[in-house]
Design a protein around this ligand. Structure first.
Ligand SMILES: [Zn+2]
Length: 152
């Protein structure tokens, strides 16, 4: 069993699935191994290790999530955790109408008066990510507040 753990926010992910699939998608045979992972919670750089190699006392202090190799792979591709994938209009509207925006990330497009927004942060720590679609701006991820920051 492999563990991907973050020493910044103390989130650990136990990866479930067939050994072969785990190993090639996110394990020792993947490009992420061992230090190319992004934390599923705080997006800091984090590490993969065999569970047997992780200090039990370290693991004991962490919030442990169990997800499949494919789910972790999707996270590494920027799609977030399965629990975060509710991005329907009602959810998005409620976020904008009930929480103050604290940060807008993006860039101006050179030689135009236009700009691109990548993500919008809210006062409760939620982060909403935007992409392009033929119909317009696409909300593809709403990341939950980081653990411990909900009350901020
Ligand atoms: Zn983290």
């Amino acid at each position: 069993m492999i563990i991907v753990y973050c020493e910044h926010c103390f989130t650990a992910v136990r990866v479930m699935g067939e050994d072969d699939e785990v190993s090639s998608l996110v394990g020792p045979r993947s490009d992420f191994w061992p230090d190319g992972f992004e934390c599923v919670t705080c997006e800091s750089k984090c590490h993969g290790a065999l569970e047997t190699e992780v200090e039990p006392s370290l693991l004991g202090r962490m919030r442990l999530l169990e997800i499949t190799a494919q789910e972790l792979f999707s996270c590494q591709m920027g799609l977030g955790l399965p629990e975060e994938r509710g991005c329907d209009l009602e959810t998005v509207r409620s976020l904008f109408l009930t929480k103050r925006v604290t940060q807008v990330k993006g860039s101006s497009i050179r030689n135009t008066t236009r700009s691109v927004i990548d993500s919008i942060f809210f006062e409760d720590g939620s982060r909403l990510y935007l992409g392009a679609s033929p119909q317009g701006a696409l909300v593809y991820r709403i990341a939950k507040p980081l653990v411990g920051t909900e009350q901020r």
